[in-house]
Structure formats: C-alpha cells, structure tokens
Design a protein around this ligand. Structure first.
Ligand code: FAD
Ligand code: FES
Length: 305
C-alpha cells in the first residue's frame, strides 16, 4: 500500500545554487562543507537529506544525497543555532568516496553547489524515549547529531526536552576516521567509540561496543535505537535491538539518482502485509527510500545482508 504522505516531502523541497562558506577537512578523507541556502536550511529537520551537484560540471551528471549534519543562523558558527525557521546555513559532512565527493573536496569558499531539499521523512517517526541510543557506522553519524540535539534540547523545533539521556555508539575502521566528536559532546551526547584496529575506544565492531554498554543503557520501554551506517552493520544493530526488545529505526543509505520519487533507483524491500511479493512466507514490497524513507522501522526492512 502506498504511503499517501510520501510525495509531500519532495513537494516542499527548494532548488537553488548555494554559495560555499567553507569546505574543510575534519578527519581522514572526511570534509565538512557549509552552504548558504536559507530556504533549505530553515526547513530541514533531523534525518532529512539534500541532493547536491557540482554547479559548473556535468560529470557526474547525477546529484548525490547527503544528510543534514547541522543548521545555523550565523555563517561563523559563533551564534547559537536559533529557531529552526530562522536558520540560513546548512552543514554537510562527507567521506571522499567516488566521483562526486572527490570533486566536492576541491570546491573552495565562494564557489557554488547546486542543492535541492530538504527531502525524506527524517526521524519524525522515532518515538520519544527517556534514553535515545544513537548507533553509527562509518560516515553514518552525519544523520544523527541533529536528532540527538533535538531530543535533548529541542533546539531545532523549540519544544521541551524529551530525552533524559542520549548516547552515541560509533564504530569505524580506525581512529583517524572520527571527525566532529566535539559536536556530539557539546550537544550533551555521551560518546562511546569502537575501532576495528583498536586505535581508539573498544577494539571491534559497534556490536561489541553495544554489548559492552553499562547495564542501564538498553532498557526495554525506556531506550529507543536510531541507527545509520553500512547495510550489514544496520542489519546487525537491528537484530541486536530486536533481541533486547528495543524499538529501532534505521536511516538507509541507498544510492539515489533523483531524490524526489521519479526514478526508482533507491528502492528497498520493506515488509508489507498487503504486498504481492512473497519470500519464504514473508510479504514485502519495494519502497522508494527517497520519499518514503530514508528512515524506517528496522523490523520492516528485509535485509539483504
Ligand atoms: C539519505 C542519504 C544520506 C547520505 N548522507 C551521507 C552523508 O552525510 N555523508 C556521506 O559521506 N555520504 C552520505 N550518503 C552516501 C552518499 O550519497 C554516497 O556515498 C554517494 O554515492 C557518494 O558519491 P560519490 O560520487 O562520491 O561516490 P559514487 O561514485 O557514487 O560511489 C562510488 C561507489 O560506491 C557505490 N555506492 C554508491 N552509493 C552507495 C551506497 N549508498 N551504498 C553502497 N555503495 C554505494 C557505487 O556503486 C560505486 O561503486 C548518504 C546517502 C543517502 C541515501
Ligand atoms: S532516488 Fe529517484 S525515486 Fe528515489
């Protein structure tokens, strides 16, 4: 069954050429870029994303999705974030990966980037909980900072705080990949790290880190999990949460071409009792993650991994 609200996320998107305020390296192959894009920044909510394209090039032709990392009223980051509707600058954090991000790292302050957004449902479906457990793998932390801050002080929406505690468990290959840890700490988020090579935090995966959390960190009915990262990692976190009867939402990072529901590049298999597709007695349908996601209840995803 189609979600009747899905297309409204794309309908409210803005399209513009945005000036780059800065574009600086914050960790190994990881950059933070700030764009002057008032109509987009003012409307962005935690977990939503924008599509970005290089302004002066046709290669790559297709835009790439990046999650909103943070939004600001002032270009110099000194002023507080301010009410959501008054924000003018949007920050994105990206890993230099392929064609687009390799070129983006060389766009200097004063340059232009074509951007449309905000897109997607964001984390609006994540229920209030006393403890929000954020779980990131690789570059997946970018979608989670704004959610954690919103749940602690509601600075993006102006409402009262809804979480007593927000914890980030972040796993990466090695210590050099972590950028922006102070952003999470400054927002009041408790940070735990894992590296595969043991160079920082616990040696192992983010699942090893979750298993080692102090006892009250994962209490059914009190703790909710929000997760973003590579698919295999999100599948593992989803199983970890289900095994402890914790609610869990995941933000999928499916490759996208249009970001507005037209091309079907971004589909994911989502459980649906009304759907015709049947695999081993489970019914599912393809969902466009750009307009019906990228955030889904973890238990609804038919994981490939
Ligand atoms: C909603 C959303 C939010 C995102 N937010 C961020 C973010 O904040 N920061 C960030 O660095 N990245 C983010 N991504 C991922 C980013 O859009 C992709 O990595 C993008 O392809 C990078 O473009 P590129 O041209 O540099 O690499 P590409 O040339 O597009 O990709 C290089 C290689 O990776 C493969 N690939 C591309 N996308 C994916 C994927 N999602 N999963 C697995 N393999 C893939 C391609 O097939 C290709 O082989 C997000 C993705 C989504 C859907
Ligand atoms: S990216 Fe085109 S339909 Fe989702």
């Amino acid at each position: 069954m189609d979600n009747p609200l899905a297309s409204c996320f794309a309908d409210s998107a803005h399209y513009l050429s945005a000036r780059v305020v800065f574009n600086r390296r914050i960790a190994d192959r990881t950059f933070r870029i700030r764009l002057d894009c008032a109509s987009i920044a003012a409307a962005a909510r935690p977990g939503q994303f924008a599509m970005l394209r290089l302004a002066d090039r046709t290669d790559p032709l297709l835009a790439r999705p990046l999650a909103f990392y943070d939004t600001f009223r002032s270009a110099d980051d000194v002023q507080p974030h301010g009410p959501a509707g008054e924000r003018r600058y949007a920050d994105f954090v990206y890993l230099v990966h392929g064609k687009f991000t390799s070129a983006l790292q060389h766009v200097a302050a004063g340059g232009e980037v074509v951007v449309w957004g905000p897109l997607g449902n964001g984390f609006s479906g994540v229920p209030d909980s006393a403890h929000l457990l954020l779980v990131a793998g690789g570059i997946g932390q970018t979608a989670l900072l704004a959610l954690g801050r919103e749940r602690l002080d509601r600075s993006m929406s102006g409402d009262a705080a809804v979480a007593r505690r927000v914890t980030l468990c972040w796993g990466a290959r090695t210590a050099a990949m972590f950028g922006g840890l102070d952003d999470f700490r400054a927002a009041g988020i408790e940070v735990h790290l894992a590296t595969l090579d043991g160079s920082l935090g616990r040696r192992g995966t983010v699942i090893d880190l979750l298993d080692a959390l102090p006892a009250p960190a994962a209490v059914p009915g009190e703790t909710h999990v929000a997760c973003c990262g590579p698919e295999a990692m999100m599948a593992a976190v989803s199983r970890w949460a289900a095994g402890r009867r914790l609610g869990c939402h995941v933000s999928l990072e499916a490759p996208m071409a249009c970001g507005i529901g037209i091309c079907f590049t971004c589909v994911a298999r989502v459980r649906d009792t009304d759907a015709a597709n049947d695999t081993n007695g489970e019914t599912w349908d393809y969902r466009r993650t750009c307009i019906e996601g990228p955030v889904f209840e973890a238990g609804r995803i038919v994981w490939e991994a």
